[in-house]
Design a protein around this ligand. Sequence first.
Ligand SMILES: C[S@@+](CC[C@H](N)C(=O)[O-])C[C@H]1O[C@@H](n2cnc3c(N)ncnc32)[C@H](O)[C@@H]1O
Length: 261
Amino acid sequence: MSLPDLGPFSPDTLCHGDALDLLPRLPSQSIDLLVTDPPFAIDFQAQRLNYHRTGSNVLEGYREIPAGDYADFTTRWIEEAFRVLSPAGSLYVFSGWNRLKEVLCSLDDSGFTTINHLIWKYQFGVFTRKKYVTSHYHILFAVKDPRHYTFNKVDHYPEDVWVINREYWKGRKKTPTKLPYQLVERILSFSSNQGDMVLDPFLGSGTVAMVSRDMGRHFLGFEVVDEYYSFALERLQKGMRNPQHGKGTPSGEKKHAEGEN
Ligand SMILES: C[S@@+](CC[C@H](N)C(=O)[O-])C[C@H]1O[C@@H](n2cnc3c(N)ncnc32)[C@H](O)[C@@H]1O
């Protein structure tokens, strides 16, 4: 199978730069699947001790979007996502509940059809005193053409609530918002095939690129923060998947974070 023309980009590479500058340089219809966990517009800080982690192992510099700019930012990248996806392409976008409306509106306005609204339930929600602990994310599964898109029936009865633990990277460098390998693996199993081109324009630690490579998909990733970009590259080169894979939460690990939300 021949690879699509990616313009100035090479397949199976990571690029250091701003997705809003890089996405417009990608040829139209060159991507089969876009999976991404974009920055939030809350006052999220990659605080060293917030998640009961050893501070020196948590990479800092996470790039946040000012709340007032979030609608415009979201519309800009989602319009580009629609353009770069192939006619049968799909988009999975992660969102916290607090900025969900901007994502839903941009999907509709850009021409996407939302097929499923998945819930990812995780552990380690941030401790609260006067409100419920948030322990879920929204994952919106949207397509360009609702009559024609990839959907492999990996499970006979695939429900839309996924309970998947966050990973525990004891004593290793980590980024504050890393997606579990297993979660991305599940998305790629349902919505892509061997040889497909997978893009993540907000790469973080590079989980989407890593899983894509392991599953025989091609990938391209963008990340604006130098430290994260370097970490994602190193992770790919060393094949750092997840040292605790399959072991669950180690005993003695707190079920919630130490911070307060
Ligand atoms: C929620 S994190 C992604 C985490 C990732 N899914 C993982 O598993 O590690 C969002 C990432 O987008 C990056 N980012 C923010 N604005 C960006 C932009 N304009 N272009 C590219 N990357 C950006 C942030 O630095 C951060 O690493």
